[in-house]
Design a protein around this ligand. Sequence first.
Ligand SMILES: [Zn+2]
Ligand SMILES: [Zn+2]
Length: 247
Amino acid sequence: MIKEFKADLHIHTCLSPCAELEMSPLEVVKTAAQKGIDIIAVTDHNSAENIIAAGKAAKNLELTVLAGMEIASSEEAHILALFDKPESALELQAAVYKNLLPGENDEALFGEQIVVNEKDEVLDFNKRMLISATTLSAHSIVQKIHSIGGLAIASHIDKDAFSIISQLGFIPEDLKFDAIEMSPNMEREKAEQAFQPYNSFTWVSSSDAHHLQDIGRRTTSFFMKEPTIKEMALTFKNIDGRKAVWK
Ligand SMILES: [Zn+2]
Ligand SMILES: [Zn+2]
């Protein structure tokens, strides 16, 4: 049976240098559940080290936590990767870590990158250069995501920076995104005027939250059978009445 699942598929935690320290996995999942969201994805920059904690913290909540990541391609385009299982996100992380810029994160300049467990205890400060572009092309990232069984979404395509359109000028036809994302303050009507050539994609929109208060400021309703990647893939293709809707 098809049901409605309210989803916020783009949330950063305190592992992202630009996110607030209050964004611990525990606080993120608690806030999402309080706001009546059914599915979230934790999508830190070039890393998935807080994914397992987020999943564990949500164990007793009515909330599905997808394992995600927001990868910066060599063209400086952001791409969301979504998986059912943390192991898949960690497999992608291994490939991404091999392709990060050398050097350490400058905490004073970019912020700390904090790895936290499900009880809000600090485990580690990640020293890698997570905020920079990787040396992986957008094509190779999308290919890698698919080879691990995940979904690849072009992040905030309406933004003037760090989006596939801002970086390449268009979405190449052979770049097989499963969906494209509009940023949270993009109005539907404006998007329809500006991005009409990309109508063949399913459009989603999420919060891209870096602060607790922003979680759920924009959600997409998925009409599908269960909160899984497989169902989402069918939804992106509008199979048997499934659809994804945002205003
Ligand atoms: Zn981004
Ligand atoms: Zn983001």
